[in-house]
Design a protein around this ligand. Structure first.
Ligand code: SAM
Ligand code: SF4
Length: 459
């Protein structure tokens, strides 16, 4: 029997009467990773400069979207589950940071690469952009609009918390051109919220959603998390219904990834916090989420994101999953552009020093390996929940879909996909395990590259 016919269960999942709960052992990461070759540290500035002095190739721009990510590495408090925390919000430090960030944005304005294509999504994330002051928001928004060529229908997102997102900041966002707020509700249940070190009550969140909606001037989407310590299926159902009653235009459903270094994990281990939901329990919560939103005719924009109003488009998030080019700005920002991945310096003194030297503040850079067009088709498909099989051949070379078919058929046998009308369609279990399956396809192609195929099927 050829190796490709005895694929490991890490790739195929296992055969189970209940694949939603048991096809794989558990979700380990929120993201996939594929290969890249590091650029030596002493060459990053020269490589970056060369890339930026070269206009982007038309094929990298079309039909994909081009994105800018602006990172605000400050939070007022460190939420117990979160691995994104970098610095505590302090007024003077934030003032200084905004000066440098504005410089970094304006530095890129004259680059040939920047000016050679329109940006379709701008995302202020963190961290907590809502910890910025109104004048910071207006300044940075102006810097973006004056430095980057933005598409007329650009999606400009301002992410953050409800806490401290006061009316003057909201007005500043609208003045600065933001047309989408993405806010971390996580849960409306005040007890669960306090366990996550979230300050405000569920009632406060609803009042604020009413206010944002009354402005009628931007899409409002919220994040909800399931699988939290002590969260029952009933609690989760209430959160879903509260979203439906709220005026939010969209919702992201995230299952909790319990990070090894988090305070939440420590509290669970020392018994001061209840156990989080098991993977099968989280699977049940996902099923309930999908069913509830579908019953109420909320449109599905990806496996984990819904919009009930045409105002919500999900351009940035889907672009990221689809391998869109992302220019990063700010300390701790990550991006990918002109065939390279880059991560910016995470400590503020090092970030400031790089900007003072007139450099892009890059900490690490690598050249992406593999076939970008193929990875984009895969990423977009797994995020949407279905993949056009012929596109694998168009981007990966003739024979690619046939080469992958043993894996697709194994997934079908295990209840994770159906194959029909030239579509690889993720079932509900496949949607739940989409990140694991996407990673499995990447790993499969590493283990069995199309060029190196020696199997009966592929021969
Ligand atoms: C980068 S965070 C920033 C959000 C914003 N600062 C806030 O506090 O609401 C974006 C989203 O990631 C999700 N998230 C953060 N940590 C997570 C974890 N450990 N597991 C699953 N989702 C997580 C949360 O839903 C959060 O709203
Ligand atoms: S969830 Fe948001 S506010 Fe909380 S630590 Fe993470 S990034 Fe900061």
């Amino acid at each position: 029997m050829s190796a490709i016919h005895s694929l490991s269960p890490e790739l195929t999942g296992i055969s189970s009467p209940d694949p939603l709960k048991f096809a794989f052992a558990g979700k380990k990461s929120a993201h996939t990773s594929s290969g890249s070759i590091p650029v030596p540290a002493d060459q990053t500035q020269a490589v970056y400069r060369k890339l930026m002095d070269t206009p982007a190739l038309p094929e990298t721009l079309s039909p994909g979207k081009r994105l800018a990510y602006i990172h605000i590495p400050f939070c007022r408090t460190h939420c117990s589950y979160c691995g994104f925390f970098q610095n505590t919000t302090k007024k003077d430090e934030v003032n200084r940071y905004v000066d440098y960030l504005e410089k970094e944005i304006r530095m890129s304005a004259h680059d040939a690469w920047t000016q050679s294509g329109l940006f379709h999504g701008v995302y202020f994330g963190g961290g907590t952009p809502t910890d910025l002051q109104p004048e910071h928001i207006v300044r940075l928004g102006n810097a973006i609009r004056e430095s980057l060529p933005l598409a007329n229908d650009v999606e400009m997102t301002f992410e953050g918390r409800f806490h401290g997102f006061d009316n003057d900041k909201v007005q500043a966002c609208l003045e600065a051109g933001f047309n989408r707020f993405s806010l971390g509700a996580q849960s409306f249940n005040t007890t669960l919220r306090r366990r996550m070190s979230r300050i405000d009550s569920g009632e406060f969140l609803l009042e604020r959603l009413d206010y944002f909606n009354s402005l009628n001037n931007a899409a409002v989407v919220i994040d909800l998390m399931f699988g939290l310590p002590g969260q029952t299926l009933g609690d989760w159902e209430k959160d879903l219904h509260t979203f439906l009653q709220s005026k939010a235009h969209g919702v992201d459903l995230y299952q909790l990834i319990l990070l090894g270094s988090s305070r939440m994990k420590q509290s669970i281990e020392n018994g001061s916090m209840p156990e989080p939901a098991t993977s099968p329990e989280r699977a049940e919560m996902f099923r309930l989420g999908v069913a509830t939103l579908s019953d109420h005719k909320v449109g599905r924009l990806s496996v984990s994101h819904w919009g009930r109003d045409l105002r919500e488009r999900n351009i940035y998030n889907h672009g990221v999953k689809s391998g869109a080019e992302i220019m990063p700005f700010g300390s701790g920002a990550g991006g990918n552009f002109a065939g390279h991945n880059a991560m910016s310096l995470r400590t503020l003194p090092a970030y400031y020093e790089a900007i003072d030297a007139g450099h892009k503040p890059i900490m690490m850079m690598s050249k992406a390996t593999g076939n970008k067009a193929l990875f984009s088709v895969m990423g977009s498909g797994f995020d949407r929940g279905w993949l056009e099989i012929a596109k694998l051949d168009q981007t990966g070379g003739a024979g690619m879909s046939e080469h992958c078919m043993p894996l697709f058929e194994a997934w079908q046998e295990n209840g994770l996909t159906t194959i029909h009308d030239g579509i690889l369609d993720l079932t509900l279990p496949g949607q739940f395990w989409n990140v694991t399956m996407h990673q499995a396809l990447i790993d499969f192609l590493k283990q069995y590259p199309l060029d190196g195929q020696t199997t009966e099927r592929a021969a």
